[in-house]
Design a protein around this ligand. Structure first.
Ligand code: CU
Length: 507
């Protein structure tokens, strides 16, 4: 955040210039009904700024997390939007794929940016390979169905309709073909920004982030192609809650990149279909939030609520370098369902504002690894029955670093007197297979590792699935000077099915 002292002044100026801009357009365009506009002041009303001027413009569409450049126009134009629906399999998590239905090939769909008063000629195409018909309802459209009735498009067809962008704001669009919930759950939503006539203030970075909840028949991170689960969707029990359509879509190599002392604007949408988002950036405070995508601005916000089928524009200034974690602060969604993204801020330390050392793994878990491609490789190999010890170890390393290293440390040395070493552990050597139980059921009471006594508690880690435990333990066995060997997902599965031993259950 920025020193508060500058804000009221800056905003007063912005507000005055906005009013001035509206006044200018009103008199020059002459199309706003004066009586209603005065009554509804200070908020701006819907405005029809007259017939489109100049040559028609082709809208620039971008894939998330990118945002098209400002329109930069001072007059209303005819804007042509071409959007294609594509149904395709994409990764929803490492080693997990899902058949998404998309606007423009991505989840969320392409970002559309127009200016208030523009006349938008909308072309919706449905790729010939699609199995379903689709349409589009844009919340920025004034008219029945928001365009849905005019845009019903069978596979291999296209349709066209035209609307005037009367209200400025940040709007969601989505498919509204029956069963509507299923189309939305499969990723059919995106954002359309209707800029105010004077445009938005210039910032250093603009990003496009959109949350959605997903319902698969398999469990969280269960590998392979996962079908949609209608029953879970109706019960509102998502398997995944995600930013930009995939776990890891904005982490590791794909994290958002900014520098210190920059201004950042995020257009944050929520496609739902079911959940309301408590959008928060760990370690930042929003200087400005245009909540619900509307015209009012709220300052100094920690967490902003984004309804399903709604959006917000958040702005902040970067001071301290490090990793900032975007979450849905309904926090199990972040750490157990995937609603987690990272913004990397590069630049010199700023000890006056924050002194601390960076501890990525505390918040980020396995997402602090640059990427988890080894996990995807291992999943593919497991599916084809050719999983090697090396592949298991490589996948296990990424997961170990996010899960076990918090206590046992990345080098497996542990912490004297608190967390026993996994390195050269005689406890492991004595019975390598029993560590499956250690991870599944936890461990408590007295244990002696390499001649030193520990009497502490390791919590059960049974939120990890069979693959993950097998790979982590294979990594442990083949590293840190341990005995070697291999643990298979089947061995984990077999033990998981048995009741937990009494000793671990009562600690
Ligand atoms: Cu659809």
């Amino acid at each position: 955040m920025k020193p508060t002292i500058f804000k009221p002044l800056k905003f007063a100026i912005t507000a005055i210039s906005m009013i001035a801009a509206v006044a200018y357009i009103t008199t020059s365009g002459g199309a706003i009904a004066a009586a209603t506009s005065l009554k509804s002041a200070p908020s701006k009303k819907a405005g029809d700024f007259g017939a489109p001027q100049g040559k028609p413009v082709n809208a620039v569409l971008t894939s998330p997390p990118n945002v098209p450049p400002p329109t930069g126009r001072k007059y209303p134009a005819k804007v042509i939007v071409e959007l294609e629906v594509v149904e395709k399999d994409m990764a929803i998590s490492e080693g997990v794929s899902y058949t998404f239905w998309t606007f423009g090939g991505t989840v969320p769909g392409s970002f559309i940016r127009v200016r208030q008063g523009d006349t938008v000629e909308f072309h919706l195409k449905n790729h010939p390979s699609s199995k379903m018909p689709h349409n589009i309802d844009l919340h920025g459209v004034t008219g029945p169905g928001g365009g849905a009735a005019s845009s019903f498009t069978a596979p291999g067809h296209k349709s066209q309709f035209t609307f005037k962008a009367l209200n400025e704001g940040m709007y969601v669009y989505h498919c509204a073909t029956a069963p509507v919930g299923m189309h939305v759950a499969n990723g059919m939503y995106g954002l359309i920004l209707v800029e105010p006539p004077e445009g938005l203030p210039i910032v250093d970075h603009e990003f496009y982030v959109m949350q959605g909840d997903f319902y698969t028949t398999g469990k969280y991170r269960e590998k392979g192609l996962q079908p949609f689960d209608m029953e879970k969707a109706i019960d509102e029990r998502p398997t995944y809650v995600l930013f930009n359509g995939a776990e890891g879509s904005l982490t590791g190599d794909k994290a958002l990149q900014v520098k210190t002392n920059e201004t950042v604007r995020m257009f944050v949408g929520n496609g739902g279909p079911n959940l309301v988002s408590s959008f928060h950036v760990i370690g930042e405070i929003f200087d400005n939030v245009r909540y619900e995508g509307g015209t009012n601005v709220q300052h100094n916000v920690q967490t902003t609520l984004i309804p399903s089928g709604g959006a917000a524009i958040v702005e902040f200034h970067t001071e301290v370098p490090g990793s900032y974690v975007l979450v849905d602060h309904s926090i199990f969604r972040a750490f157990n369902k995937g609603a987690l993204a990272i913004m990397k801020v590069d630049g010199p330390d700023n000890k006056a504002i924050y002194s601390g050392k960076e501890l990525d793994s505390v918040y980020v878990g396995d997402r602090s690894a640059p990427n988890l491609s080894a996990v995807a490789t291992a999943a593919a190999a497991a599916a084809s029955g050719t999983l090697t010890v090396q592949e298991q170890s490589a996948a296990g390393k990424a997961l170990f670093n996010g899960t076990c290293s918090v206590c046992h440390q990345a080098n497996g040395e542990g912490l004297a007197g608190v967390f026993p070493p996994l390195a050269k552990s005689d406890y492991i050597a004595a019975d390598p297979k029993r560590i499956i139980g250690t991870v599944l059921h936890g461990l408590s009471g007295k244990v002696i590792v390499n001649g030193k006594e520990y009497n502490s508690v390791m919590p059960p880690m049974n939120q990890l699935n069979d693959d993950e435990i097998a790979n982590i333990l294979t990594y442990v066995l083949n590293n840190f000077g341990n005995v070697g060997g291999k643990i298979s997902a089947d061995e984990v599965k077999t033990l998981r099915a048995k009741p937990a031993p009494a000793a671990a259950a009562s600690h």
